[in-house]
Write a protein that binds this ligand. Structure first.
Ligand code: TYD
Length: 134
């Protein structure tokens, strides 16, 4: 488990009816949620992300299937495998992230603390390196 980009372990509440996992603001999710989106139907070999946010915080979990999340804060890059609905990760602002190795059944749910705003994105790796590379 990464110390720099730790997984958040979510409890599975299971009984004979099946499984249920919760992400609640102030408990599993550290910020008030303003937006949710989900990524699915990603073709084999496709990669996504390739940006950092200036202010937005996000909470990501593969509610089905698996994908890999490369995280880079400008000091150290690590790749985290999200492969269970009980494993979430917080993508802090100013962290470059890239998603890859999506399983065909992957549904990546992302919760965010702010509405969508293209001005919050740093999509240029050169700009990110200029600002944050150590
Ligand atoms: P994009 O940021 O390129 O996805 P990813 O980071 O996963 O590679 O977003 C794809 C498209 O969806 C782009 O046209 C912007 C739009 N979009 C919204 O309108 N609202 C949102 O909340 C998000 C995340 C994306």
């Amino acid at each position: 488990m990464s110390e720099r980009y730790p997984l958040i372990r979510l409890n599975r509440r299971g009984d004979e009816r099946g499984a249920l996992v919760v992400a609640e603001t102030g408990r599993e999710c550290p910020f008030p949620v303003r937006r949710a989106y989900w990524v699915f139907g990603t073709p084999a070999g496709e990669k996504r992300g390739f940006h950092a946010h200036r202010k937005t915080r996000q909470f990501a979990v593969c509610v089905a299937g698996a994908c890999s999340m490369l995280m880079d804060d400008g000091k150290a890059a690590e790749t985290i495998r999200l492969d269970a609905p009980e494993n979430a990760i917080v993508i802090e602002p100013e962290v470059w992230h890239e998603m890859a190795e999506f399983s065909p059944d992957c549904v990546l749910l992302v919760l965010a603390d702010a509405p969508y705003d293209e001005a919050d994105y740093i999509r240029s790796r050169e700009e990110f390196d200029r600002l944050f590379k150590k």
